[in-house]
Write a protein that binds this ligand. Structure first.
Ligand SMILES: C[S@@+](CC[C@H](N)C(=O)[O-])C[C@H]1O[C@@H](n2cnc3c(N)ncnc32)[C@H](O)[C@@H]1O
Length: 157
């Protein structure tokens, strides 16, 4: 199964990019995982928050095929412990689809059309993180989950 993390706009901060690269490299040993960045549109035009969310939503949905699974990262989503999240990922793998997308919204979150298409919503906490920081936290959690599934010591060190 191909797992893709879709994000809006470049990370732009070296300390976060370095962390992303480190954990993407580690994850590559366990999983076919990629991060795809959808260009940030807000600098290009003067649009309202709702219009920005709608445009970003169209760009997100353009990437998702009818049989793909789309899971949103959303502070109002379901919360897991890291152990529970590893089982959640395993369950997704067991379903046997080809493409599993996790999506991080832009600075204003998701449009209604993205919420309507989504197959699920997961939260990393009830706190709100920046759309750039959450990438690193999520990639680390996927890496952690894979080491849990492989009975490796990372989670227990
Ligand atoms: C700055 S937040 C957007 C907040 C927006 N006001 C909302 O209500 O969704 C940008 C993106 O980061 C992600 N995000 C931020 N905090 C999160 C959390 N605690 N759990 C999961 N995703 C989170 C979500 O994908 C969100 O769309």
């Amino acid at each position: 199964m191909q797992v893709t993390l879709l994000c809006i706009g470049k990370t732009g901060k070296k300390f976060l990019e370095d962390g992303e690269q480190e954990y993407l490299k580690r994850l590559g040993h366990y999983l076919s995982f990629q991060m795809q960045v959808i260009p940030d549109i807000k600098q290009a035009k003067s649009l309202s928050e709702t219009q920005i969310k709608q445009k970003e939503g169209e760009l997100i949905l353009d990437k998702i095929g009818v049989s793909d699974t789309l899971i949103l990262l959303d502070e109002r989503g379901k919360e897991f412990s890291s152990m529970e999240f590893s089982q959640y990922l395993q369950d997704q793998f067991n379903r046997g689809g080809k493409q599993l997308y996790f999506v991080i919204g832009g600075p204003y979150g998701f449009s209604d059309s993205v919420y309507q298409r989504a197959n699920g919503k997961i939260s990393l906490s009830q706190m709100t993180f920046s759309h750039q920081m959450i990438r690193l936290f999520f990639i680390e959690q996927v890496y952690r989950a894979m080491t849990i599934l492989k009975n490796e010591p990372y989670h227990h060190q």
